[in-house]
Ligand binder design. Structure first.
Ligand code: EPZ
Length: 417
């Protein structure tokens, strides 16, 4: 457990480079299993989730190396062995390994995935998609067993545009016999990044970013070098931080299109957001104005991963705002911690009604999940005096050096281990 201590009141000002995307890196690391050659990934963020994923790959017999933003993986000698539950239960993205393993080995055994406690997070769509490709998947004694002699292409219909299930099927079908079409596929930019990576390996994937993805299976995939896309959720978190503190931040490498839904809401509330060279500049001179409803939905809608930082911003906005969390059924727990800081929030099932207050008060609060933890650090920036955030190392799962970056932008923040 660590404690982050934040003194409120300083506007954030300066230039930062947006980190590589956690939710692109994790499936791409899983996809590295699909070839016996070495792959090299650049612009990799340093995150505990990536460290854990690399540990799982090493458990499977992969050689891995991470030096200063570059990760190398070689899955030449894959071993058919069950992955340690202690590792699989820490990450949602451990489930991404199932598809690639089924494509490379005839058998795979995994513990159930973990990840942020934001809902039940079933894996039925992953299993349904892999079964459609000819993988026999059984669930016994708390483990998932997959066996497959030869993957064959199929029509896969996802009942919900699940990001992870889309990615699992894309990866497995890349080495299947024949064509696979994924209907109602997720459209997130991370899906496009995975498509680009698979094609860089010699795959034949098309349609990522639309609801229909077509994969022509190939016999073999080869090594490659690939640059991970910028993280749109980190970008959005910094945009909200600038608006919240009436600051002025330049976000190098930020891709405006990836944060269009958030930009629309922030501009409605009075923020100045401009494309400037290879990034975005986000400025705010006055108190943010709340404006009606923010609904989370699959991309290109408002991202569920920015719902918590948005709740923090609305808690000190001028007026009343509403947040409807449509993606995960347990992602409004931040409200209870913000109320300890004086926020006026009413939660009814998946709806949060937030009446903005002038200032939050410093308090002792606790992180429940990755994005809620970041949102509490932002709340400390908007509070009078000192906020102490106890964090079970959740924030570093998704933010690369959050505290150091805040400090460089002028925030008064320190960490006690
Ligand atoms: C990915 O999770 C991201 N994680 C999440 O980011 C993100 O919030 C989410 O996509 C939505 O954008 C990674 O990419 C590692 P889903 P994933 O499958 O794949 C239901 C963060 O903070 N569902 O699109 O788990 C599910 O319960 C994390 O960076 C099924 O019912 O998301 C949820 O209600 C949090 N059955 C909805 O779909 C399934 O088999 C969306 O889940 C799979 C999902």
């Amino acid at each position: 457990m660590k404690e982050i201590i934040v003194e409120g009141g300083s506007p954030l000002r300066g230039d930062i480079t947006v980190q590589g995307a956690k939710n692109a890196l994790l499936p791409i690391l899983a996809a590295s299993i699909l070839t016996q050659d070495e792959i090299e990934l650049t612009n990799c963020p340093h995150l505990s989730d990536a460290v854990c994923m690399l540990a799982m790959l090493r458990d499977l017999g992969c050689r891995t190396e991470e030096t200063d933003g570059t990760i190398r993986v070689c899955a030449r000698d894959l071993a058919e062995m069950p992955l340690k539950d202690a590792l699989t239960c820490r990450l949602r993205s451990s489930i991404f390994i199932l598809g690639p393993l089924a494509a490379r080995l005839s058998h795979a055994t995994l513990g159930y995935p973990g990840g942020c406690d934001i809902g039940l997070r079933p894996i039925d769509l992953h299993i349904k998609g892999l079964r459609a490709l000819g993988v026999t998947v059984t669930e016994e004694e708390g483990h998932i067993h997959a066996s497959c002699t030869r993957l064959r292409g199929a029509e896969v219909y996802l009942d919900y545009p699940s990001v992870g299930a889309t990615e699992n099927v894309m990866m497995a079908s890349a080495l299947a016999e024949g064509e696979t079409v994924i209907h109602n596929a997720a459209k997130e930019p991370e899906i496009v990044d995975l498509q680009n990576f698979l094609n860089q390996m010699g795959g034949r994937v098309a349609g990522a970013g639309t609801g229909h993805i077509t994969v022509q299976g190939v016999k073999k995939l080869h090594g490659c070098r690939y640059e991970i896309m910028p993280d749109r959720i980190a970008t959005g978190t910094w945009m909200i931080a600038s608006v919240l503190t009436k600051g002025d931040i330049y976000l190098r490498n930020a891709i405006g299109e990836h944060v269009a839904a958030l930009t629309n809401k922030l501009r409605d509330g009075g923020a100045e957001i401009k494309k400037d060279g290879d990034g975005l500049r986000v400025r705010m001179h006055k108190r943010f104005r709340a404006g009606g409803m923010v609904e989370t939905m699959p991309y290109p809608g408002f991202p569920t991963d920015l719902q918590s930082p948005m709740m923090t911003l609305l808690s000190v906005a001028d007026g009343t705002g509403m947040l409807m969390e449509n993606v995960f059924e347990n992602r409004l727990r931040l409200a209870g911690e913000l109320k300890k800081m004086g926020a006026d929030i009413t939660v009814r099932e998946r709806l949060a009604i937030i009446k903005g207050v002038q200032k939050l008060k410093g308090a002792q609060v606790h992180t429940f999940d990755l994005r809620g933890g970041a949102a509490l650090v932002l709340a400390g920036l908007a509070a009078e005096d000192e906020t102490r955030i106890t964090d079970d190392h959740l924030i570093e799962r998704g933010y690369d050096r959050l505290e150091e970056t805040l400090y460089a932008l002028g925030a008064r923040v320190r960490v006690r281990e």
